[in-house]
Write a protein that binds this ligand. Structure first.
Ligand SMILES: Cc1ncc(COP(=O)(O)O)c(C=O)c1O
Length: 392
């Protein structure tokens, strides 16, 4: 069995990387350790690199459709990791999940109609709602000692009061790291069903779930098929975000028709050739790489929790149940927003995502992406500790 080396530090500069090459464009100083955007600092599986290299060597990059065997391979993956059976006609491919979410907003709501989200949540959820002229309704998650839960009463009340038409669910949840349980999803789905709200479940983080937790897909609830769509992608799982391929399942023919009609209006048809080659190789050969990656990430998560508990009293960290994103709580520290940012960016030299971009409910937090070699994580944590101490 091939053993992957996740400790190896790879120089990602000068690859057109959003994470490494765009600091100035994003108003950040050069030379920071970038642990913000959610991609990983690990090369993908060798088998995927080989397929992409072979595809490149072929030299002809005409319009491409998914390989014949793709759906069968994808179906097996969904069966194993999402515990669900999917049909070929449910599948619509889009260039990324955010594209699909924006498409869903346009397909399932009209201008001025309401969309509900659960902040603090991945910021494009609010952005695509607002820029498309829809009303944003928030059902804030409830933080109890670092573990977030859902206020179901508030969820239904807001839906009824605002005549909400669409719910964008983050499952597992970025940035709070919850892996929603069957019970929680049953309750959310039930509320959507009885209020005729379409639920779009973004499951891009589904493969990052740690011991003691289990990803439950919205695809495993046939009773919700009339009101649901599920977004999946190899982008996060195999670090292929730049290939921009996602697989959206819309089981209900009426919803699917609406989604497809909007998709056609975008003028987008075939995805790029490398996306097809990469996704097929990932789902066909990537299982062992993913298994080893998860073990490494779980150790990074534990390493980080221990380091923070022992060395940085200003921060509280509850280990995420899923995702490779740590949600660091500065709220009990008495450090103001400006001082916190000064400590993180200027004194520690780290580029993290500030919690405020995930909605008001994210105030006082920083999100740190720990999908990097442990030596980089350790260096970042030492710098964070020193940066906060320098505030004194
Ligand atoms: C919850 C969630 N959805 C979607 C995306 C982005 O997906 P894509 O690159 O396929 O548009 C991210 C990336 O961080 C994410 O965290």
């Amino acid at each position: 069995m091939h053993i992957y080396n996740f400790d190896k530090v790879v120089d990602r500069r000068n690859t057109g990387s959003l994470k490494y090459d765009c600091a100035a464009e994003r108003g950040m100083p050069d030379g920071l350790i970038p642990l913000w955007v959610a991609d990983m600092d690990f090369p993908t599986a060798d088998e995927i690199v080989r397929e992409l290299t072979d595809r490149a060597a072929h030299g002809i990059f005409g319009y491409s459709e998914p390989y014949r065997e793709y759906f069968g391979v994808l179906r097996s993956w969904i069966s194993e990791y999402f515990c669900a059976d999917v049909e070929k006609e449910w599948l619509i491919q889009t260039p990324g999940i955010v594209f699909a979410l924006a498409n869903a907003v346009k397909a399932f709501t009209k201008e001025n109609e309401a969309v509900i989200i659960q902040p603090p949540v991945y910021y494009p959820f609010s952005e695509i709602t607002r820029v498309n002229g829809r009303r944003l309704i928030v059902n804030n998650l409830v933080n109890k000692d670092g573990v977030y839960g859902i206020d179901f009463e508030d969820f239904e009340k807001k839906i009824v009061e605002n005549d909400v038409k669409l719910f964008l669910l983050c499952n597992p949840h970025n940035p709070v790291g919850r892996v929603w349980t069957e019970d929680e999803l049953t309750r959310l789905g039930g509320i959507c069903l009885r209020n005729n709200v379409v639920a779009v479940s973004d499951e891009i983080h589904a493969n990052f779930v740690y011991k003691g937790h289990k990803h439950v897909s919205f695809l495993s609830f046939p009773e919700f098929f009339p009101i649901s769509a599920v977004c999946t992608s190899p982008g996060k799982t195999f670090n292929l975000a730049g290939l921009q391929l996602s697989d959206i399942f819309v089981p209900d023919p009426v919803l699917r028709g609406k989604f497809l009609a909007e998709h056609r209006k975008s003028g987008y048809s075939q995805l790029n050739s490398f996306a097809h080659a990469g996704a097929l190789a990932a789902y066909k050969f990537g299982g062992e790489w993913l298994r080893q990656l998860l073990a490494y990430l779980e150790k990074n998560r534990g390493f980080m929790k221990k380091y923070i508990d022992e060395n940085i009293p200003a921060i509280k960290m509850h280990p995420p149940e899923g995702t490779y994103l740590a949600w660091l709580d500065f709220n009990g520290s008495g450090i103001s927003y400006c001082k916190r940012r000064n400590a993180v960016v200027d004194k520690a030299g780290l580029w993290l995502d500030k919690g405020e971009i995930f909605g008001e409910a994210g105030a006082g937090f920083e999100r740190l992406n720990f999908a990097c070699p442990r030596s980089v994580l350790e260096k970042a944590l030492i710098r964070l500790k020193d940066g906060i101490e320098k505030l004194k």
